[in-house]
Design a protein around this ligand. Structure first.
Ligand code: HEC
Ligand code: HEC
Length: 473
């Protein structure tokens, strides 16, 4: 096998004590291989090395890294829960919905004072869109806008960081905690949360009726008479009128307004939104060219970093497959949020341990009547007691475009994240049992790892997906 100079150097410099770690890394890769769901676009088994020495940890790591290359023609995997997922009319409508602010109710938190980064002043309506927190601005579809650059300010402060939507089509379980397992049901979260849109499904459905009826009906069929059969909601009464005591879990949906016919309209809004969001991708990076055999595509430091990632760092235990995520939930020992400006000092967020039972009981899940098909995804969900403090492994493609990292935005730079993984779990404590462990990386190795993570940047989504569309008056 041909190796770059950096690798040969790395091999020569390696201390005997490091070898077990390399072996551990290689073993982890072999065991984790292709996570289910993460390889929908096809994973190949590591090619046999020309030397035939399968016990060579470097060769094994190289082979494992090659399996993480993104195919040139990678398309989003089919999603049986949404039969409109690849309908171009749904994509076009979904893009409008993504940029539409008129589904949102009043801003509730006084942090909305009209200054830079806020969406308006407390009490104002029609200010929040999906694009407000998943911003197309730097093509990361993460939050680059909110004041203080950590958590997102919609109607109020969200208690978790808005994740990037690039490559979201690879995720069957959505949200940091997996609370939703279908993209159409996910939109109920921001729309009904008093911290985000502060709206309700009836108001959203009525706005679709007023603003998008013809385009909606051409795709999804006739709409119910939403303005005759139900009280007509004004924007100011779309959701809550003041922040409820537990705003993270509360909604102000009026019970009689959650009939199936109203819910079905918002489900279709979600299906259109998914037709758009599933096209958002980071694209191929220099890493992929390198993994496909173009040795000069990465610098010596970046190549060395790739091997730290696969070996001593053992990052591929979870960040595996062409999207650098096993799409599973892990407890890596991140400290509870310290977000004084939301009024919540420590959250001790139980993550998927809390969310899994809610998902199983959710009438909007992939098994429910609003889903167009059940592919059995819920069967793969581990029991809740195994998920205490666990969060979804984020994809690392285009990771350097994000402003903060982890579910709570606790780290503000990639170096901080690397230091965190190097040290093991957060020293001050965390919820549940962490899978993380100290790695003992040298300063040089940490820098190489950083260089490698930056080499995962791609060309981003098709520019047509970034420009705000013209919305109906
Ligand atoms: C006020 C900010 C805000 C707005 C507005 C918002 N989101 Fe989000 N979004 C978030 C946060 C925060 C999370 C993570 C929530 C969690 O894990 O509990 C999230 C998570 C998601 C996810 C899950 C991604 C993944 O990888 O699991 C999707 C998909 C998503 N949002 C789409 C949307 C869509 C579509 C809209 C518009 C209907 C929207 N969001 C509006 C903040 C926002
Ligand atoms: C045991 C599984 C596991 C291993 C091993 C692992 N990670 Fe992660 N990684 C995760 C999870 C889960 C999160 C999200 C944690 C959270 O938000 O609480 C994460 C978050 C991250 C993030 C932040 C991404 C974002 O969008 O916020 C980066 C960067 C990262 N990991 C890099 C690495 C590197 C580099 C290594 C190896 C040194 C590594 N990870 C090892 C599971 C893992």
């Amino acid at each position: 096998m041909k190796r770059s100079q950096a690798l040969t150097l790395q091999l020569q410099e390696r201390q005997p004590s490091e070898l077990w770690l390399c072996l551990l890394g290689a073993l982890t890769i072999a065991l984790s291989g292709c996570g289910q769901g993460a390889c929908a676009s096809g994973c190949s088994t590591p090619a046999p090395t020309s030397t035939g020495q399968t016990s060579d940890p470097l060769a094994a790591a190289h082979a494992a890294l090659k399996t993480m290359s993104l195919p040139r023609d990678a398309a989003p995997p089919m999603d049986r829960t949404n039969r409109f997922a690849d309908d171009p009319r749904a994509l076009s409508l979904g893009k409008k919905f993504f940029f539409e602010t008129r589904f949102s109710g009043p801003l509730l938190d006084s942090a909305n004072n009209g200054t830079t980064g806020t969406l308006g002043r407390v009490g104002e309506t029609g200010k929040v869109a999906c694009a407000s927190c998943h911003s197309p601005q730097n093509a990361s579809f993460s939050d680059t806008r909110s004041p203080r650059g950590q958590l997102s300010l919609g109607s109020g402060w969200t208690h978790r960081k808005a994740p990037s939507l690039l490559n979201v089509a690879q995720s069957q379980f959505l949200m940091w905690d997996g609370r939703r397992d279908s993209a159409f049901s996910q939109v109920f979260s921001p729309m009904e949360s008093p911290l985000e849109f502060n709206s309700s499904r009836l108001f959203v459905a009525q706005q679709v009726y007023r603003l998008y009826r013809a385009e909606y009906e051409a795709i999804f069929g006739a709409m119910p008479a939403l303005l005759d059969r139900y009280p007509v909601l004004a924007p100011a009464e779309a959701g809550c009128t003041s922040l409820p005591p537990d705003p993270m879990h509360a909604t102000c949906a009026k019970p009689e307004h959650t009939s199936d016919e109203v819910t079905a309209v918002v489900v279709n809004v979600g299906k259109a939104l998914q037709a758009y969001t599933r096209q958002l991708s980071c694209g191929r990076s220099r890493f992929d060219d390198w993994a496909d055999g173009e040795e000069a595509a990465m610098t010596a430091d970046e190549v060395a970093g790739a091997f730290v990632f696969a070996q001593k760092g053992a990052c591929t235990a979870c960040h595996t497959g062409p999207y650098f995520s096993d799409q599973r939930f892990h407890n890596v020992g991140v400290a509870g949020s310290l977000v004084p400006f939301t009024g919540v000092m420590t959250m001790n967020d139980p993550g998927a341990g809390f969310a899994a039972p809610l998902l199983l009981a959710d009438p909007l899940n992939s098994r429910g009547k609003f889903s167009d098909g059940d592919d059995g995804r819920l069967d793969s969900l581990p029991p809740a007691d195994k998920l205490e403090g666990a969060f979804k492994t984020p994809s690392l493609r285009c990771v350097s475009r994000r402003k903060t990292f982890m579910h709570n935005g606790a780290y503000r730079s990639l170096s901080d994240v690397i230091d965190f993984f190097d040290q093991g779990s957060a020293p001050g404590g965390f919820v549940g049992t962490s899978e993380n462990f100290p790695r003992g990386l040298s300063q040089v190795e940490r820098e190489q790892l950083l260089a490698f993570l930056r080499a995962l940047d791609g060309e981003g989504p098709n520019p047509d997906l970034l420009t705000p569309p013209e919305l109906p008056p």
